[in-house]
Design a protein around this ligand. Structure first.
Ligand SMILES: Nc1ncnc2c1ncn2[C@@H]1O[C@H](COP(=O)(O)OP(=O)(O)O)[C@@H](O)[C@H]1O
Ligand SMILES: [Mg+2]
Length: 436
C-alpha cells in the first residue's frame, strides 16, 4: 500500500510531462525545431530521459507512463471527431473538377511517375474543417501556387503532407510513396520551408546549413559549396557566420528557404517564403525559386501575394475555407475571370480651352465609343474608366483610343486587363475569419 502511494505522485508527474510534451504548441525558442518535429524526436527524448534515471523502480515508472501516454495519444487521434464530409459542391469550378478527376484517376501503378499527387486530402481540427477534400498533382519543374488569405488551409495542407499533422481522410503520394504509410520515404524527397522558422537560434547560418545538410545525408564538401551558393543567391552571405538570433525576420526566412533548397529533393514546399522579406530581397528569393524549377524540381508555394504567384507559378489555385475555387495558369485565370478592362486617360494641358471643357469632350468620346463605360475616378486631369465589355478586341480598343488622341487633348492613355489581384480579392471575400 505504502509503495503504491509512493508511486502515485511520480506517475502523475511523468504523465503530466508527457501530456505537455504532446499537447503544448511549439514555443518560440531554439527548441522549436525539435518541438515541431516532436512525433519524430519523441523516442530520442524518451531514451535520453530513461538513461538519466538511475533507480530501477523510477525507470519502470517512467516506462509505464511513456507507454500509457503514447497509447492514450493514439486513442485520442482515433476517436477524433470527423463529421461526415459534404458531397462535392455542384457549383465547383470546372478547372478544379478537371484537376480533381485527373488526380483521382491516377492508379497505384502510375503514382510513381508523378512528383506529387494529393487525393481528397482533408483536415479536421475537432469540428473545424480546415482542408476540404482537395485533389491536385504537381509535376517536375512546376511551381504550383496555393494562394489564400490567413486561415484558408494552406499551412494545414503542408503539415499533412509533411506528416506533422494527421490526415483526417484522403491521402497524398510523393513519387509513389504514401504520406499515410511511408512518411520516412516521403521526407527523403521533400525540402520544406515551414511558415514559422524552425531553426536553432544559437547556431550560425553556416552551421545551420551544415547541420541540415548532414541530416539530409549530403557530403560535407558538397554542403559547404551549396551553402555558399544559396547564401549568395538568396542574399544573406554577409550574415552566414552570425548566430541566427541576430538575423532579421527576413533573413531567417531566407535561411529557411535555403534549408529547403539545400538537398536535391525533387519536391520543395515553401510556406510563405517571402513574408517579412523586403521588396528587393524578395526578387532574389523569386530568382532562386525559378532556378529550382528550371533544374527540374517541383515547387509548391503558398502566398497571400498575387504578384508573387503571378511571377513564379506555372499554375495556381485560390484557396478559400479549405477548398480550391479556381485553378490554372495565371493567364488562364485572367482570361476566365477578368470582367473587362481598365482604361486610364491622362489629359494634356492646352491653352485653347479650359480643362473642364476638354474633359467633357473626352467623356463624350468615351461614352459614344465604348459599351457602358463607367467612370471610376477623376483626379487632376486623370480619368479612370472601367470597361465591362470583355469581348472587345484589343486592336479595336487601341484603334478607338488612337483616334481619340487625334481629336481630343489626350497626352497618354493605357488599357489593362482586370488584374489577378482583383480576381483574388473577389474570391477571398468569402473567407471565414471566425476561427483564425
Ligand atoms: N493546430 C490547430 N488546431 C486547431 N485549429 C487549427 C490549427 N492549425 C490551424 N487551425 C485552423 O485551421 C484553419 C486553417 O489554418 P491554416 O492551415 O494555418 O491556414 P493558412 O495557412 O492558410 O493561414 C484556420 O481556421 C485555423 O484556425
Ligand atoms: Mg499559413
Amino acid at each position: 500500500m505504502a509503495t503504491a502511494q509512493a508511486w502515485i505522485p511520480s506517475i502523475l508527474g511523468y504523465a503530466l510531462m508527457f501530456h505537455l510534451y504532446y499537447t503544448l504548441p511549439a514555443s518560440n525558442s531554439s527548441y522549436k525545431y525539435l518541438r515541431t518535429r516532436r512525433h519524430q524526436t519523441f523516442p530520442i527524448h524518451a531514451t535520453v530521459l530513461y538513461r538519466t534515471e538511475q533507480a530501477r523502480e523510477t525507470r519502470l515508472k517512467f516506462l509505464i507512463c511513456a507507454i500509457a501516454s503514447a497509447w492514450a495519444k493514439s486513442w485520442m487521434f482515433n476517436r477524433e471527431v470527423k463529421p461526415a464530409l459534404s458531397e462535392e459542391p455542384s457549383d465547383e469550378d470546372e478547372d478544379v473538377k478537371d484537376e480533381t478527376r485527373h488526380a483521382e484517376s491516377i492508379d497505384l501503378s502510375s503514382l510513381r511517375k508523378h512528383n506529387l499527387v494529393a487525393k481528397k486530402l482533408t483536415k479536421y481540427y475537432g469540428k473545424n474543417l480546415a482542408v476540404n477534400q482537395i485533389s491536385f498533382t504537381v509535376a517536375d519543374d512546376e511551381c504550383f501556387g496555393l494562394l489564400g488569405v490567413n486561415g484558408a488551409g494552406k499551412t494545414s495542407t503542408f503539415k499533412m503532407l509533411m506528416g506533422d499533422e494527421t490526415i483526417s481522410s484522403g491521402d497524398a503520394y510523393v513519387q509513389g510513396h504514401s504520406v499515410k504509410t511511408h512518411i520516412r520515404r516521403v521526407h527523403e524527397h521533400i525540402g520544406y520551408c515551414p511558415q514559422f522558422d524552425a531553426i536553432f537560434e544559437e547556431l550560425t547560418g553556416r552551421e545551420t546549413l551544415q547541420l541540415f545538410g548532414l541530416l539530409r545525408g549530403l557530403r560535407r564538401e558538397l554542403i559547404t559549396a551549396r551553402a555558399l551558393i544559396l547564401a549568395d543567391k538568396l542574399g544573406f552571405i554577409e550574415h552566414l557566420d552570425k548566430q541566427v538570433f541576430q538575423y532579421s525576420g527576413g533573413n531567417k526566412r531566407k535561411l529557411s528557404t535555403a534549408i529547403a533548397l539545400l538537398g536535391s529533393t525533387r519536391l520543395v514546399f515553401l510556406d510563405e517564403p517571402t513574408t517579412g522579406v523586403d521588396p528587393a530581397a524578395k526578387r532574389q528569393v523569386w530568382r532562386a525559386v525559378r532556378r529550382t524549377t528550371r533544374a527540374g524540381r517541383g515547387v509548391v508555394l503558398t502566398s497571400h501575394s498575387m504578384e508573387e504567384c503571378e511571377a513564379l507559378c506555372s499554375r495556381l489555385t485560390i484557396m478559400v475555407n479549405g477548398r480550391f475555387h479556381c485553378l490554372g495558369t495565371p493567364q488562364h485565370l485572367k482570361n476566365k475571370f477578368s470582367e473587362g478592362f481598365t482604361l486610364t486617360i491622362k489629359m494634356s494641358v492646352s491653352e485653347s480651352a479650359p480643362m473642364s471643357e476638354q474633359v467633357d469632350v473626352v467623356k463624350d468620346y468615351v461614352t459614344s465609343n465604348f459599351q457602358e463605360p463607367k467612370l471610376m475616378e477623376e483626379y487632376q486631369g486623370l480619368l479612370t474608366y472601367y470597361l465591362p465589355d470583355s469581348t472587345m478586341a484589343w486592336s479595336q480598343m487601341f484603334a478607338i483610343m488612337e483616334r481619340a488622341r487625334r481629336v481630343c487633348s489626350i497626352e497618354d492613355y493605357s488599357i489593362a486587363q482586370t488584374t489577378l489581384e482583383q480576381i483574388f480579392l473577389q474570391f477571398t471575400k468569402y473567407q471565414r475569419t471566425d476561427n483564425i
